[in-house]
Design a binder for this molecule. Structure first.
Ligand code: KG4
Ligand code: ZN
Length: 392
């Protein structure tokens, strides 16, 4: 089965084509295309503006679509004329997306329908204006090509992104599995009893962890997205520990909620602690900036790791899955791997490969594939964006 998936929940326009096969109880995956166009426009603003993201998705989605078909060797110029009823319906669906309707029709009528079996699209959670671009595009495509369209939860995508590993083998997940989902919009610990059965056991009470990275980075004068920037500075300190021990500039930030009995998080206090520190310091130099980044990363990772390990112990999880943009953080990866060996050596840990840790459509295609096995397709015309969609 070939499945084409579309992801536009935040500031990355993604289209992927996955070939999935089932033999007996096992599945094999082959990535035919995985195109992601990131929106650099947000770099200087320290965050993503929904309406700006929507406009950029509208501009990028057709070129990203064409590139995905070409990468998968499924692009062929040819005529695919649509009747007036279909055209009208497509135009109506895309009417909220500026001139996307005309661009889409001009494009789709000039390429041959490729051998793709199903379509999947992210319907939430995320920024609703951004989500709608992908959903409307997917609806239009499902009408033009007469194909099923499967709605996908973005967080389930992050969770299952670990199913595509570098060696091409699909991990044989043992249940119960615990997952830590850490992105720009979410921070949750989710118990997974089997595929598709999820229970959120802990989550942030205020800011998401990636959001805290981005906001602190902005305060430090670093560009968006802030996570990789803070991490780069923190690693510099870590690789040169004599700088830290000889430094007169020693700071300590709080580890919010680390010893509470639940599995919840809070990152806004940590962010505010950095704000007050910077207010007291006035103008900071590079060494101070680096020291703050280092301590902020340490504090964040300590809390994430502590709660995740506690959840693994309590639920006797055999697998730990990490997902979402922050899962690319080297210090988080190292801390979790080292501590799991000590506390629960029988638990296997999976991180997504680097290109699948941040937003992409391949993870949406994986979920779409599993959904299609359960025959859970909905009427594509009825799909709507849900910015607050949850996993429970
Ligand atoms: O999953 P994602 O691509 O988008 C959302 O669904 O939100 O996550 C983006 C978030 C951003 O906040 C970004 O700063 C953070 O992931 N991030 C990182 C790292 N790489 C990306 N945070 C910490 N360390 C990193 N290496
Ligand atoms: Zn995401």
């Amino acid at each position: 089965m070939k499945i084409l998936a579309i992801e536009t929940s935040c500031d990355d326009t993604g289209i992927a084509i996955l070939e999935a096969k089932k033999s007996g109880k096992s599945h094999t995956f082959k990535t035919l295309a995985n195109v992601v166009q990131s929106q650099d426009i947000h770099t200087n603003y320290g965050g993503v503006f929904p309406m700006m993201a929507k406009r950029e998705h509208g501009k990028n989605i057709v070129p990203v679509f064409e590139k995905a078909l070409k990468d998968a060797e499924l692009f062929q110029v040819g005529k695919n004329m649509l009747d007036s009823k279909k055209k009208k319906e497509i135009q109506k669906i895309l009417s909220r997306e500026n001139d996307l309707g005309e661009v889409f029709l001009a494009h789709i009528e000039n390429i041959k329908k490729p051998k793709i079996d199903k379509l999947a699209v992210t319907v939430g959670p995320g920024l609703e204006p951004a989500l709608w671009v992908g959903i409307s595009f997917a609806k239009a495509l499902s009408i033009a090509w007469d194909m099923d369209l499967i709605p996908v939860n973005h967080m389930e995508g992050h969770k299952l992104s670990i199913l595509i590993q570098k060696d091409g083998k699909i991990p044989d997940l043992q249940f119960p599995a615990m997952s830590l989902l850490v992105s720009g919009g979410h921070t949750e610990i989710v118990l997974m009893k089997e595929f598709g059965k999820y229970k959120i056991i802990g989550q942030t009470r205020d800011d998401a962890c990636g959001e805290a990275f981005d906001k602190v980075a902005r305060m430090l004068g670093l560009p968006y997205p802030g996570g990789p920037e803070i991490s780069r500075l923190a690693e510099k300190s870590r690789s040169n520990s004599s700088v830290i021990s000889n430094s007169k500039f020693v700071i300590t930030l709080p580890r919010p909620m680390i010893y509470t009995k639940d599995f919840d998080f809070s990152f806004s206090g940590l962010k505010t602690a950095v704000l007050y520190l910077l207010r007291d310091l006035g103008k900071i130099n590079d060494a101070q900036r680096q020291a703050i980044a280092y301590e902020f990363e340490n504090a964040t990772v300590e809390v994430l790791a502590h709660k995740t390990l506690k959840a693994i112990e309590k639920y006797k999880a055999k697998t730990l899955i990490i997902g979402g943009g922050v899962s690319a953080n080297k210090h988080l990866q190292k801390t979790l791997k080292t501590n799991i060996k000590k506390i629960s050596p029988e638990t296997t840990v999976y991180f997504p490969t680097k290109n699948l840790s941040t937003d992409n459509a391949l993870m949406i295609a994986i979920v779409g594939y599993f959904q299609s096995q359960k025959n859970s397709q909905k009427n594509p015309r009825r799909l709507i964006a849900n910015g607050n969609l949850t996993l429970n």
